[in-house]
Design a protein. Structure first.
Length: 151
């Protein structure tokens, strides 16, 4: 029996523990806070803070200092470990490669609202199944007909 326990322990010790990481965070990113999160000091993050999205004011290694909330009505300055943070979708700009239709929904069978000309640039605020939602509110475009513009 002891041999079996030792074998099981050995196997369990070889299984990697997967910890959620946010490696691409930078100052200015909008993030949510995991339930049960604690500040760097070990003090629990209050519920009212966890229920909001926050902009990162500064970042150094795994230590993020949050600034304003998404609505810009509150500010906090307590550092928190990045393992408790999840990035909210970061808008980006695309260039249209070919004239393309703008659809009401992210579906080629959806109503076509308008079209976009090749070489024009637009901001994408949401993605879904290869489609991008335009910041203007005009609708969705197929991202296969675009290229992401570098910062």
């Amino acid at each position: 029996m002891n041999t079996a326990r030792a074998d099981i322990t050995k196997i369990l010790n070889t299984i990697p523990i997967i910890t959620p990481r946010v490696d691409n965070l930078e100052a200015g990113d909008l993030v949510s806070i995991a339930l049960g999160a604690v500040y760097y000091s070990g003090k629990p993050v209050p519920d009212w803070v966890q229920k909001q999205n926050w902009y990162i004011a500064s970042l150094k290694e795994d230590r993020a200092v949050l600034g304003e909330n998404e609505n810009r009505t509150n500010t906090i300055t307590s550092p928190i470990n990045t393992k408790f943070l999840t990035e909210i979708f970061k808008p980006y700009v695309v260039r249209i490669l070919y004239d393309t239709a703008v659809y009401k929904e992210p579906n080629p069978l959806s109503l076509i609202r308008t079209s976009l000309k090749a070489k024009d640039a637009y901001t994408i605020i949401e993605e879904k199944d290869g489609w991008g939602k335009l910041k203007s509110g005009a609708g969705w475009i197929n991202l296969a007909y675009t290229e992401k513009i570098k910062k």
